[in-house]
Design a protein around this ligand. Structure first.
Ligand code: GLA
Length: 311
């Protein structure tokens, strides 16, 4: 009799990229950050296989896949990836990939465990001692909100993101892999208390609290001022900007309808974030003369498991 081979069970996972409204280079020091998951997603489909494999338009995924496999103690899987999170531009495409795989392989995890597991996998894959912000936002972000996350306790609160504002992201065209940047060096200098680095960290954490308050009070101009100060601090004190990114940020500051802008994510190139008054999107894009990604906030991959409490 012919022996029928059972087809392996297929699993699916999906997770969003993220923007960080404010609180840059403070997560790995136990600071407070304010990221939001965005409506750009990575989808993965997989099944058990003899060895690990990945099919994706973006290279380099196998190392991430193996790393999350080790962290989840999973057997080898063949995985297919589809994503509209642009890689290398500061929207955390790698966190979206890791969280999507974790959600597919281990939907039973809670969001905090998933974020910590994916953070370890990212560190293992890249050798970069990243903080937990990106994975946390991708796992636990909430539609209509940003997350005010205390990275020392992992306590967090969803802060409503006003309807009147739109998040814009512009790629500087300077792409980098974190492993090729001085990220670890900046972290070491900050941990060692180097005065300039410390000044950025302390002032940035104060800005995060002020920003969350201004969001809640709909003081939109204040948001713009804080974004501008954050950029100056990242440029001058933490030294993670580049001339190309500075020029793009300054251009955005001058376009009508833009409340403020700054470098976003790890920096050393990547993207800028701007906050725009709703309705001004097309004139802003025209003023920038560059492709602008307008993002809405979205739910994280593990957000549905959380009992939603009223704001
Ligand atoms: C990268 C890291 C995060 C964080 C930011 C800078 O995105 O993955 O943990 O440190 O840089 O704020």
């Amino acid at each position: 009799m012919e022996h029928k081979r059972e087809r392996p069970r297929t699993w699916h996972g999906r997770a969003p990229g993220r923007v960080n409204l404010i609180g840059e280079h403070v997560d790995y020091l136990g600071g407070v950050v304010l990221p939001a998951a965005i409506d750009r997603h990575t989808r993965v489909t997989g099944h058990k296989a003899r060895e690990w494999s990945i099919e994706s338009d973006v290279g380099g995924g196998l190392t991430y896949l193996r790393s999350i496999g080790i962290e989840l103690e999973a057997r080898p899987q063949a995985v297919v990836v589809e994503s509209d999170v642009p890689p290398g531009s500061g929207l955390s495409s790698s966190a979206a990939l890791l969280v999507a795989i974790a959600a597919g392989l281990h939907p039973d995890l809670n969001g905090v465990e998933a974020a910590l597991t994916c953070q370890r996998a990212e560190q293992r894959a890249t050798g970069v001692r990243v903080g937990v912000m990106d994975q946390f936002a991708s796992a636990l972000g909430r539609r209509g909100h940003a997350l005010l996350l205390d990275c020392s306790t992992l306590e967090y609160r969803a802060v409503p993101f006003p309807e009147e504002l739109v998040i814009a992201v512009i790629d500087s065209g300077e792409h980098r892999s974190l492993a090729d940047t001085p990220y670890n060096e900046r972290r070491r200098e900050a941990e060692a208390g180097m005065p300039k680095r410390k000044r950025h960290v302390e002032s940035e954490i104060a800005r995060v609290h002020a920003f969350a308050a201004a969001l809640e009070q709909h003081r939109f101009e204040k948001l713009g001022v804080l974004l501008k100060e954050s950029h100056q601090s990242l440029r001058d004190d933490f030294e993670v900007s580049t001339p190309t990114v500075d020029a793009l940020v300054e251009q955005a500051w001058g376009v009508e309808g833009c409340l403020g802008a700054r470098i976003v994510g790890a920096g050393f190139g990547g993207s800028i974030l701007a906050l725009i008054e709703r309705g001004r999107e097309s004139s802003f894009a025209a003023g920038m003369k560059k492709e602008v990604i307008f993002c809405a906030t979205a739910d994280g991959a593990f957000a549905h498991k959380i009992k939603q409490v009223p704001d």
